[in-house]
Ligand binder design. Structure first.
Ligand SMILES: [Fe+2]
Ligand SMILES: [Fe+2]
Length: 243
């Protein structure tokens, strides 16, 4: 059973907690002239996510289906969504489109965005940021909604547990704990630490987001620039090269 919360104007967080993983899987629905869903969730959650979307708007009217990178929780039910919503188009990086999405994920050609391009859905404007290997995967990208200053940040700020929909409290402690715990088990090296990590996070900080909408855990509302700079420190400490 998914929980739906409006965490910013017209921005709905759809959240399902999976006890076996001690983890929430969140999708974000933006209500606009051309509705946008960011993350489909895994295939096994398709019916639950569809029913949650239906509490806000007709799922068949979803126009854009965005995601950061190719992974089940990002875009696993893209084919099911495209069958349900006949006008829907996948939105990803140009790399994602050329390398994977058009071949084996999307049922219609995806919109492959280049860094800095803008998608306007009506009232809202989404700037695409190509962020290779942040949080992970070559094709990774993020969307920044400029009117409300919301960063749809995928796996960045990953937190465990069945936590609140949004918070103004610092989430870096929870985030650090997950990264440390994952390093000790089969999910180690979840995110690479590369020459791109710190410059990418500093670039995201310069956008000065007000809401950080993460796939796993609570959305953070507040000084997003500071949170991103703090995240850069945590990633370097936990995942960076050891001297
Ligand atoms: Fe991921
Ligand atoms: Fe994820």
């Amino acid at each position: 059973m998914a929980t739906v919360s409006e965490i910013a104007p017209d921005l709905f967080r759809i959240s399902t907690f999976v006890p076996d993983f001690n983890l929430q899987f969140n999708q974000f629905l933006v209500r606009d002239a051309e509705p946008l869903l960011f993350h489909t969730g895994p295939r096994g959650m398709f019916a639950a996510v569809r029913d949650a979307v239906a509490t806000v708007l007709d799922p068949r009217t979803v126009r854009w289906i965005g995601f950061s990178h190719v992974e089940a929780d990002e875009c696993g039910s893209l084919p099911e969504w495209q069958a349900l919503a006949p006008q829907s188009t996948a939105v990803c990086s140009l790399v994602g489109k050329l390398v994977s999405v058009d071949d084996c994920m999307a049922t219609r050609p995806a919109l492959g965005m280049q860094d800095g391009e803008v998608l306007i859905t009506g009232k809202y404007r989404f700037r695409f940021l190509h962020t290779p290997h942040v949080p992970h995967c070559w094709e990774a990208g993020l969307l920044f909604e400029e009117t409300q200053r919301t960063l749809l940040c995928s796996d960045l700020f990953h937190q465990a547990g069945d936590v609140e929909a949004s918070t103004q409290a610092d989430v870096l402690g929870r985030c650090r704990q997950v990264l440390v715990e994952y390093q000790q088990g089969p999910l180690a090296n979840y995110m690479p630490y590369s020459t791109l990590t710190d410059p990418t996070l500093q670039r995201l900080a310069a956008l000065q987001p007000k809401t950080l909408a993460t796939m796993h855990g609570s959305a953070f509302v507040g000084d997003g620039a500071r949170a991103l700079r703090d995240l850069a420190v945590v990633l370097k400490e936990v995942l960076g090269p050891k001297s």
